[in-house]
Design a protein around this ligand. Sequence first.
Ligand SMILES: *Cc1c(COP(=O)(O)O)cnc(C)c1O
Length: 448
Amino acid sequence: MNLLKSLPKVDKFVNDKAFEACAKPLITAIAKDVINNTRTNILNKECENFTYDELIEQVLKQYNQINSPSLQKVINATGIIVHTNLGRSLINPESFDRVKEVATSYNNLEYSLKEGKRGERYSHIVDTLQSLTGCEDAIVVNNNASAVFLILNTFAKNKEVVVSRGELVEIGGSFRVPEVMTQSGANLKEIGTTNKTHLRDYENAINENTSMLMKVHKSNYSIEGFTSEVLYEDIIKVANDNNVIDYYDMGSGHMIDLPYNLDLAEPSLLKYMEHKPSLLSFSGDKLLGSVQAGIIVGKKELIAKIKKNQLLRMLRVDKITLALLEDNLTSYLKGEIEDIPTLKMLFEKTEVLEKRAFLLKENIQDLCKCEVIHTQSLIGGGTTPNKKIPTVALSLEYKNYKPNKIEQLLRAKNLIVRIESEKVLIDFRSINESEIKEIETIIRGVFN
Ligand SMILES: *Cc1c(COP(=O)(O)O)cnc(C)c1O
């Protein structure tokens, strides 16, 4: 009972000098919590002793936790360039600087400077996308998932959408094509089998209630062996012949040919655009290398219909998104690919990565055992499923620590590594040159 009596009164406790710099309402709420919990623990015999200073420390710890930002910078040493859990594509700092003025000032987001009246939010990126892709028109929404939903809802509500069984995908975050279709009001018409779908399957599936032939990128799996799938260009032809819409959910829409022969399996957006598709949609923050967005390009009269859908208001993008996306697309127009971090990392030569690995090795080999190795990593983000690209990594060993233990210690310092064949790897494919010094500092802190 003595212990209970020595619990401080909240009113008095929060006036302690230790809380001088803290916001009163928040510190009072936390102090109440801490004192009440301690009381409960004493009664449950889970706490046998405490000191006044321990209580202060606990309260301050919680206070600081609440006040420090939850979203923080990490170093991505996994090698996965488009890492959805780590924020996908990076924004170029210079791009951010250019956008800063627009975002922190009034701007012509929905205002025509030429006519002095209301303008169109989506107009800002249309010219650029037309020049880049040859599309008739374009629109941008919150992400590619919303682009899929909006397109299905606009054109296929209570109508049939023909999709190959081999493409009924579930991608991360429980985005399942059949379920998205149900939610949008469209009726799924599955054709073909898991491994094989033929052109005649599309032709035979079309009836008076068909609105669309849809193709979905197999973003996180591949079907191998006895397989056949129909090329999008052939689907476009069948759609045109039968007066229905064709639509390709391309997932990660890359604007330029990919290196390491990846372009053979994954043609660029521009290759598809040569065949004049009705509609094509892709993400802004996968291999395009920009912000989270869903970009729809295609025929003018179809985009006009999408603009009339009330749902668009719920899925619309903000000025910051539009400004950053415009800046990214301008880099493509100017051919300045090195300004797009995602592509810069993707195209970086292994010799350059190797140099960086040796640089880090020299600086930390007095602390731990490390070795430069040539290996492979995935691009990530459902961009090129199961396809690996060459990379260079530094493997770390420390005393008799298990890889998991090392991974944990580094993660506590926001350095996210990969474990491969029982080895902790710092993979240089996804590391910025300017981060090497930071990595050294973190490793010094952990291994000392
Ligand atoms: C990634 C992906 C999506 C979802 O795109 P978000 O921009 O993440 O919403 C939809 N479809 C396919 C095929 C994808 O790969």
